[in-house]
Every structure is written in C-alpha cells, then in structure tokens.
Design a protein around this ligand. Structure first.
Ligand code: 5GP
Length: 141
C-alpha cells in the first residue's frame, strides 16, 4: 500500500492533536472537523480498508474505541455521537488508510457544519435475501 498523509502522522513527520496512542493504534483530532471533538482512530498498520486489516489491529481498535468515544463525549459535552467508517472511494473514503471517525453530535446541531445522513431504505425481497445471506455465509466459511 502506498503512503498516505496518515503514514506521515503515525511517523511523527506531520503534527496532529493526539488524543490516544498505543503500540497498534493512534487517535487524533480531525483537521476538518464535522463537529467540535471530531476524532480519527486509526491502526498503525498500513491497510487501505477495513476488510484488509489484520485481526490483531482490528481487535486493538475495538478495545479502545469505546473508551475514546466516552472521552470525546465527556470532553465536549456532546449528547450523542456517530462512528463512521468509510471504505473505498464510492463510500466517501478520501484517505486510503483505515480510520474510524468519532463524530460528536450536539442538541444545538452546531449550525453550518455537521454530518448529514440520508437514509433511504428499500423494500427487502425475502427470496433474494435468503439466497444472499447464504452466499455471504459461504464466503465466511
Ligand atoms: P474519509 O473521507 O477518508 O473517511 O476522511 C478522511 C478524514 O481525514 C477527513 O475528515 C479529513 O478532514 C481528515 N484529514 C485529512 N488530512 C488530515 C491531516 O493531515 N490531519 C488530520 N488531523 N486529519 C486529516
């Protein structure tokens, strides 16, 4: 995988507002926050998307994500938060190094900025769904 801006942040070649670091994980404030306290949690392993990440790094992120979310909530006074994790250009990923966004949400919505979510559902076809679920199970086995 080619280097990204996050590789340089991990190496300390580019500064960041660090909030957490251990052997496998780094967390820092997003430079273009969608809300005050918008934090990025990244593995030090250079994987492009979540499906390419090792179990060890994924577990390391899973271990610290709840605590980092809690800390961001308490430090900002947010009422809620979203965890956003984009994989691939069609999913709005711009930096091709796995990252989890912790995006605080406030009751007053912080006018003029923020995360917009369009949630347009479609009706499920149970025959297709049954076939698809089997296909996914087969991939997993
Ligand atoms: P994506 O769209 O790939 O899920 O999000 C990438 C995020 O990385 C964006 O929210 C963007 O603001 C953030 N970002 C890009 N470059 C830098 C940087 O140099 N420093 C920090 N702290 N965040 C960055």
């Amino acid at each position: 995988m080619s280097d990204t801006i996050f590789t340089k942040i991990i190496a300390g070649e580019i500064p960041c507002h660090r909030v957490y670091e251990d052997e496998l994980v780094l967390a820092f404030l997003d430079i273009g926050p969608l809300a005050t306290g918008h934090t990025l949690v990244i593995p030090k392993e250079a994987a492009k998307t979540l499906d390419e990440l090792s179990g060890e790094s994924a577990a390391a992120i899973g271990r610290v994500l709840p605590g980092i979310s809690r800390a961001v909530m308490h430090a900002t006074g947010a009422s809620s938060y979203n965890i956003l994790q984009n994989n691939g250009a069609d999913a709005h990923q711009e930096v091709m190094h796995v990252h989890f966004h912790v995006i605080p949400r406030f009751k007053d919505k912080q006018a003029g900025a923020g995360l917009g979510i369009i949630w347009k559902t479609q009706e499920i076809n149970h025959d297709d769904a049954s076939e698809l679920a089997k296909k996914i199970r087969d991939q997993l086995s």
